[in-house]
Design a protein around this ligand. Structure first.
Ligand code: PGA
Ligand code: ZN
Length: 444
């Protein structure tokens, strides 16, 4: 086996019972090898191939962000001239020279033990010695190895680990890009459409693609040309978030759908770290203080069918977060991304202080799959929603599609319905649906 799906060629129906009753099958590694590959932006990233003792191989590769939170696990990059310092040869060497001897030394009975051993080998909280980019690729590949040994597809193995009921998530398509992901003056990073009223995953993908195409027509006729952002959304020459929201409304309607919280809803990731300035937040030509920004969001929520706002305030502006929670938490989803960096302790803290009612889940922010699942558990225990997420730098690895299904969170964002690295995840979801007719689709 040498594909990205992590699915064994022949899957057992109800295979989850098998692993529940008998515990994890021990996994042994014959060989652990890493290499430097290029991600969707042309920057280096780490790919890991594990050869199991049965001769089969599993692979995974690390995603990478552009608008990173201050407290994310730390990648190891080479510095120097090549790739403007972004090479990952050192991270690759860390896998080959340090992690490989550890993993091949003996068999492993659980992913938890394996992740803990790698963390201990690293010796830092931030994984900055071996590199979070090295460690997450190892952890994702190891998860596939355990799924393979249990003879179940990756999403089912993740459901076993998380104790959740599998569920097909509503895709949140990022179709207009700004902020750190695009050239131009649009301060908000992501404008997403969420076909919450779709009948199933396949239908949701169709709706997303049709609206994306309608938006392409609108953008071309109005602006002549528009660039594309890192996540495949259009980057038209606009600087007012309301212009972007109006474009979404028009595109949804032009494609024959109804904008609305029960049909095609809108979600935004302003990624406010990116437009925070001394004394407030810069939007178009205005500088707003936290109070004014909360008023601004409230106005948008009253005018558009917005179901979710992520990183509405900068990660250190806790009063701003608390203010927005007070205003909007009973109406819409408020998601912490840079605020929590997929860290269980930060999520628990956010729940306690009422900063948000949802957490974004990005495995490479925390560094291992075990810790990612712990973050989802922490959110679940605090009654917070979760959205599984890609990064702006991606590969063809589809791990997050299985993660979203296996943890049953009900929502995922993987960029526009365009560009291979974005579609790989959405197509994997459709494939899981096609081979698992019993699974429900939709928000939780
Ligand atoms: P990033 O952006 O991958 O560049 O951090 C994604 C996000 O902010 O959600
Ligand atoms: Zn974000």
């Amino acid at each position: 086996m040498n594909d990205y799906t992590g699915a064994h060629p022949h899957t057992l129906a109800g295979g989850g019972d098998y692993i529940t009753h008998h515990g994890d099958r021990p996994v042994g590694f014959e060989m652990v090898a890493a290499s430097q590959i290029l991600d969707s932006r042309g920057y280096p990233t780490v790919q890991v191939t594990l050869t199991l003792t049965d001769g089969d191989t599993v692979e995974a590769s690390a995603p990478a962000g552009a608008s990173t939170g201050e407290h994310e696990a730390v990648e190891v990059r080479d510095g120097g001239h090549a790739f403007s310092g972004r090479g990952v040869r050192r991270a690759v060497a860390n896998v080959d020279e340090e992690i490989a001897p550890l993993l091949t030394a003996h068999g492993w009975t659980s992913l938890r033990d394996l992740d803990a051993a790698v963390r201990q080998l690293d010796g830092t909280d931030s994984l900055s010695r071996l590199g979070a980019n090295a460690v997450i690729a190892v952890s994702m590949a190891a998860t596939r190895a355990f799924a393979h040994a249990a003879n179940v597809p990756l999403h089912r193995y993740l459901a076993h680990l998380s104790g959740a009921e599998e569920r097909l998530p509503v895709p949140h398509f990022n179709v207009i890009n700004g902020g750190a992901h695009a050239p131009g003056g649009l301060p908000f990073q992501e404008f997403m459409i969420a076909p919450v009223g779709a009948a199933n995953e396949e239908h949701a993908l169709q709706m997303g693609a049709e609206i994306y195409h309608a938006l392409a027509g609108l953008v071309r006729s109005r602006f002549g040309m528009a660039g594309l952002g890192d996540e495949g959304g259009f980057a038209p020459p606009i600087d007012d978030p309301e212009q972007a929201l109006d474009l979404l409304m028009e595109a949804i309607t032009a494609a024959g759908y109804t904008p609305g919280l029960d049909q095609v809803a809108i979600a935004m990731d302003p990624a406010a770290n990116g437009f925070a300035v001394d004394g407030g937040y810069r939007i178009s030509s205005r500088i707003m203080n936290s109070e004014q920004l909360a008023d601004y969001y409230t106005g948008l929520v009253n005018s558009y069918p917005i179901r979710s706002i992520e990183d509405g305030f900068a990660e250190n502006d806790h009063p701003g977060w608390a203010l927005l929670f007070e205003r909007l938490a009973d109406k819409i989803q408020l998601v912490g991304d840079d605020l929590y960096v997929t860290d269980p302790a930060r999520i628990r803290d956010g729940a306690e202080h009422h900063y948000s009612n949802a957490a974004l889940i990005k495995p490479n922010q925390i560094g291992t799959v075990t810790d990612t699942l712990a973050a989802i558990s922490a959110a679940r225990e605090a009654d917070m929603a979760c959205m599984v997420s890609h990064r702006s730098g991606e590969t063809l690895d589809t791990f997050i599609a299985d993660l979203a299904v296996g943890t049953g969170v009900g929502q995922i964002k993987s960029g526009a319905p365009a560009r291979g690295e974005r579609l790989a995840k959405y197509n994997r979801l459709a494939q899981i649906e096609a081979t698992n007719a019993h699974l429900s689709f939709g928000l939780r």
